[in-house]
Design a protein around this ligand. Structure first.
Ligand code: ZN
Length: 495
C-alpha cells in the first residue's frame, strides 16, 4: 500500500475518534444544562463507557504502525500538521500506564467531592490527605511523560504544547512588579469609579446577552445559549454551544460571561471547514483559546468605544439604572476592586491570582512545597501581592476546583491567554484603522473578522506560539499587555 493510502486509512480512523469525542463532549454539555437531576449515576456510567472507548482508540497499536509507514514529506502542510498532532496524542496516551490513568480518574473524582466538603466546612485538613494523593499521582504521570525532563513541563504540555515553566517564569517575573505597582496606584487614586447598583430583570439580561453574542459574530445556526452554574463553551465545528448565568444584581456577570464564551465559541466555529473532525479542527491550545475569549471580553468588550454602545443598549433595556453617562459607565465596567476570589477579579488583579497559583503548583509538583504547608504559603503570597490577609480557606487555597481534579499546569494558560490577547490587540489596532469608530456603533465585524482571518480559521495548523506570532506578525511577549493595562487604567483613574 502506498504512503498516501495509509494516511487516508489513519485519517478515517481518526475521524471516527474525533466524532466520538464530540459525542462525549455533548454528554457533558447535557449534564450541565438540561439533564434531569436523578440521571447523574447513569450519566457517570455512560461517560465512563465513552471514555473507555476513546482511550482504546487513542492507544490502538495500529496508529503506531500507520505512523511508521507514512512519509511526512509526501504530505502537504495540513497533512504534516495532522500527523504531528496524532503522533503527540498517541505518545501521551500510550506512555501513561492504564492502571495509573484509571487510578487518577478514580482519585480525582473522589477528591472533587471532598474538596467541596472541605470548602463548605472551611477546613483544609479535610482536603489535605486526598490532595496529597492527587499530587503524588500527577507526579507519577508526569514522570511517565517527561523522559527525565522537568515534571511540570510534562504536565503543562497537555494544555499548552511547546511552552515551558522556565519561559513562563521569565514572563511572569516581568508581569508581577508592574501589576503590583499598578494596583497600588489605582486603589490609592483620588478618583474612584462607582460600583453598579440596583436590580436588573434576568430575562432582559438574557435577551441583551443574545444580542451581544450576535454582535460578536456568534453563529446561532451552529450554536445555542443555555444557562449553567459555571459558564463554559463546548463542541467544535458545526455544533458549538455556550452557557451563561444570571444574577439580578450583577448583569455584568451575564453580559461578560457571554462575550467571553462567545470568544471561545467563535474560534471553534470559524476554523476552516476542511479541518472538520480532524486534529486540526479545534483550538490549538488552552492559552490561544483563552486569548480569543479575553480579547472579545476585555480589549474589545470593555473598551471605551464598545462600553459607550453598551451603555446606550442598557439604558434602552433597563431604563435609567443610576449611571449618569457613558464615561462613568466605562469606569463602572472596569472598576478595580480588591478581593480574594480569582473568578471575580478585574483585569488588573486577575493575573496576580494566576502568578501565585503557578508558583505554588510548581512547588507542589517539584516536591518543594508539602501539601500541609500550602495554606500558609498561599496566605503569605496573597498578603505580599494583594495587601490583604486571607480570612478563611474558601477565600484562599480552597477556592478553585482545579487541583482537586488534577489540573496541574492549567492555571498559567489563563495569563498566557491575556498576554496573547495583548499582542493580538496591538496588531489588530494597527491593521484596523477605524476600529474605535466601529466599536462605538457596536460593530465588531472588522475586529472579529481580523481575528478569524489571521488566527481562528487556521485551527491546529501551527504550534500555539507560532499561531499567535503568525497572526500578529511579531513574536509574542508580555509587553503589549502591560502597556495596554497601564494606559487604560491610569486614564480611567485620572492618573
Ligand atoms: Zn475562558
Amino acid at each position: 500500500m502506498s504512503g498516501t493510502n495509509v494516511y487516508d486509512e489513519l485519517m478515517a480512523f481518526q475521524r471516527d475518534t474525533e466524532a466520538l469525542a464530540q459525542v462525549a463532549g455533548r454528554l457533558g454539555w447535557d449534564q450541565e444544562t438540561v439533564m434531569p437531576r436523578g440521571a447523574a449515576p447513569q450519566r457517570s456510567e455512560e461517560i465512563g463507557a465513552m471514555e473507555a472507548v476513546l482511550h482504546a482508540r487513542r492507544t490502538d497499536p495500529r496508529i503506531g504502525e500507520w505512523l511508521e509507514k507514512i512519509d511526512p514529506e509526501s504530505l502537504d502542510e495540513a497533512g504534516r500538521a495532522n500527523l504531528r498532532l496524532i503522533r503527540r496524542s498517541y505518545r501521551r496516551h500510550t506512555r501513561v500506564p492504564g492502571a495509573l490513568a484509571a487510578e487518577i480518574a478514580r482519585v480525582t473524582s473522589l477528591a472533587q467531592g471532598i474538596w467541596a466538603q472541605a470548602r463548605a466546612a472551611e477546613d483544609f485538613s479535610v482536603f489535605a490527605p486526598i490532595l496529597e494523593q492527587v499530587v503524588a499521582l500527577k507526579r507519577e504521570e508526569a514522570a511517565a511523560l517527561a523522559d527525565g525532563g522537568d515534571l511540570y513541563d510534562a504536565l503543562l504540555d497537555d494544555y499548552e504544547p511547546g511552552m515551558t515553566a522556565a519561559e513562563l517564569e521569565r514572563m511572569f517575573a516581568a508581569l508581577r512588579p508592574r501589576l503590583v505597582a499598578l494596583r497600588e496606584r489605582l486603589l490609592g487614586a483620588a478618583r474612584q469609579p462607582a460600583p453598579l447598583c440596583g436590580e436588573f430583570a434576568e430575562e432582559k439580561q438574557m435577551a441583551l446577552s443574545r444580542e451581544l453574542a450576535r454582535a460578536f459574530g456568534y453563529d446561532f445556526d451552529h450554536g445555542r445559549i443555555d444557562k449553567a452554574v459555571h459558564p463554559f463553551s463546548s463542541g467544535s465545528g458545526l455544533d458549538v454551544r455556550i452557557t451563561t448565568r444570571t444574577a439580578p444584581r450583577d448583569p455584568f456577570n451575564c453580559i461578560y460571561s457571554t462575550i467571553h464564551e462567545v470568544g471561545h465559541a467563535a474560534y471553534e466555529q470559524n476554523i476552516d471547514r476542511a479541518f472538520l473532525l480532524s486534529p486540526l479542527g479545534q483550538g490549538v491550545s488552552m492559552g490561544v483559546h483563552e486569548s480569543q475569549s479575553r480579547i472579545y471580553e476585555n480589549q474589545i468588550g470593555r473598551s471605551r468605544p464598545f462600553t459607550a454602545f453598551l451603555f446606550a443598549r442598557m439604558r434602552d433595556t433597563f431604563g435609567d439604572f443610576g449611571v449618569p453617562d457613558a464615561e462613568a459607565f466605562f469606569g463602572t465596567v472596569n472598576r478595580v476592586h480588591p478581593g480574594f476570589i480569582r473568578t471575580e477579579a478585574d483585569e488588573v488583579h486577575y493575573n496576580l491570582h494566576i502568578l501565585m497559583r503557578f508558583d505554588l503548583e510548581r512547588a507542589l509538583i517539584s516536591g518543594d512545597l508539602p501539601v500541609a504547608d500550602l495554606p500558609g504559603a498561599w496566605n503569605d503570597r496573597f498578603a505580599a501581592d494583594f495587601g490583604m490577609t486571607v480570612d478563611r480557606p474558601s477565600n484562599g487555597c480552597l477556592q478553585d476546583v482545579h487541583w482537586s481534579v488534577g489540573l496541574f499546569g492549567y492555571f498559567p494558560t489563563y495569563t498566557l491567554g491575556n498576554v496573547y490577547a495583548g499582542c493580538l490587540y496591538k496588531a489588530m489596532r494597527e491593521a484596523v484603522a477605524d476600529l474605535d469608530a466601529q466599536l462605538v456603533r457596536g460593530d465588531t465585524t472588522a475586529a472579529t473578522g481580523w481575528l478569524r482571518e489571521r488566527l481562528q480559521r487556521h485551527g491546529g495548523l501551527r504550534e500555539p506560539r507560532e499561531t499567535v506570532a503568525h497572526a500578529c506578525g511579531f513574536a509574542p511577549s508580555e509587553g503589549p499587555l502591560l502597556d495596554y493595562l497601564e494606559e487604560k487604567f491610569t486614564a480611567i483613574y485620572g492618573l
